[in-house]
Design a protein around this ligand. Structure first.
Ligand SMILES: NC(=O)c1ccc[n+]([C@@H]2O[C@H](COP(=O)([O-])OP(=O)(O)OC[C@H]3O[C@@H](n4cnc5c(N)ncnc54)[C@H](OP(=O)(O)O)[C@@H]3O)[C@@H](O)[C@H]2O)c1
Length: 334
């Protein structure tokens, strides 16, 4: 399966690490009968030919900052000229999502599948993306856009199929909650953000995280993909670190940035912002680097899922799982 990777940062390098593992390639071959071949890689400096190179070799070149010296640079349309089966988008979320939207639309028009961890195009152009997919054979998966590596969309689309989801509540954005937690125990805002950057969980533009934009983007994606709405980021009021600090008692650790989506009398209620959690709320037990959610369903009961720790490698694992699903679906279709 020919794969083009956009973005070789924390998550991109994590994906290369996972793909370098022999167990991963063996499992992929068992599932799909194929090997994963990375035919091109892109970073902020351009797109480069990587056909024939093992993931560990590409990782090594990137870690040594040698991409532009060691690999052949390709033109603007480099990714498409390699005729990949899948484009994996691990590039930073752009403000308007237009750069990514253009790439995905072109991919769909060429029946190329897309796997993404990048929230921006989904939170801003959901309707347009779905329209562009109509009539295309592309598979579009975005597990890692919400709650990092925690299984969410694959769980909902594969394990509770007879049920209707009545409510979603979750802590799905790590940085904003981690910054709050660090500040509660005495860190300054700047040093809390710095720790998140060192852990590879904060966006380069960390204000998107701390202002609650990242959590709001995720809430929009959840509402659209699970509850069938067509919301955009501008439809949502949201809050971040500052709003959380304005709640009396925030320092006792019960205030978190929570995404809530609830169906009530046929209406959808969507919110993303600080909430004072009540005793007994499963979200209260989440650690500083963990995320989690609870879904209420009509037939499958109430299900809570949480991770002990979620960072770039766990996110990369969610991305890799999507690649496996694409490989499997391509085989199943034949
Ligand atoms: N970090 C996490 O735990 C996490 C969790 C969930 C989702 N995500 C999402 O996953 C994506 C990647 O996150 P990250 O933490 O890996 O980010 P990152 O460390 O900032 O890395 C971004 C990578 O994208 C490259 N890049 C910049 N502009 C590009 C462009 N126009 N085209 C292609 N590549 C470009 C950068 O190039 P250079 O190497 O040259 O700078 C870098 O390699 C983001 O959309 C983020 O929101 C991250």
């Amino acid at each position: 399966m020919r794969v083009s990777i956009l973005g070789l940062g924390n998550v991109g390098k994590g994906l290369l690490r996972i793909l370098s593992d022999r167990g991963t390639s063996q499992k992929f071959r068992e599932i799909s009968g194929k090997d994963i071949e990375i035919v091109s890689v892109s970073d902020s400096t351009g797109t480069y030919l990587s056909e024939g190179l093992a993931p560990e070799k590409i990782l090594d070149i990137k870690l040594q900052n040698n991409i532009s010296r060691s690999l052949e640079r390709m033109g603007m349309d480099g990714i498409f000229s390699m005729e990949p089966d899948v484009i994996v988008d691990l590039s930073p979320a752009s403000k308007d999502g237009r750069r990514e939207l253009g790439i995905y639309k072109k991919a769909f028009s060429m029946n190329i599948s897309v796997v993404t961890a990048n929230k921006s195009p989904l939170a801003l152009h959901w309707k347009e993306l779905n329209e562009a997919r109509q009539g295309s054979e592309s598979i579009f998966l975005h597990e890692a856009t919400v709650a990092g590596g925690l299984p969410l969309f694959s769980l909902i689309s594969g394990s509770v199929l007879p049920s209707e989801i009545l409510e979603f509540r979750g802590v799905v954005s790590l940085t904003v909650n981690m910054v709050l937690s660090k500040m509660r125990t005495g860190s300054s805002f700047e040093s809390a953000v710095k720790t998140c950057q060192e852990e590879g969980v904060a966006e380069a533009d960390y204000k998107d995280d701390t202002d609650g934009v990242d959590a709001a983007r995720k809430t929009v994606i959840l509402a659209n993909s699970i509850f069938g709405s067509s919301l955009s980021l501008k439809d949502l009021k949201f809050g971040g670190v500052k709003d959380a600090q304005s709640i009396e008692g925030w320092k006792d650790g019960r205030v978190k940035i929570v995404s809530t989506i609830r169906k009530e009398n046929g209406e959808l209620h969507v919110s993303s912002g600080p909430e004072m959690l009540l005793p007994g709320d499963p979200l209260l037990s989440l650690g500083e680097m963990s995320m989690g959610y609870t879904i209420k369903t009509n037939f499958s009961g109430t299900i809570t899922v949480q991770s002990a720790k979620d960072g770039p490698i766990e996110t990369a694992s969610g991305v890799c799982n999507d690649l496996f699903l694409v490989g499997k679906e391509i085989v199943d279709k034949k």
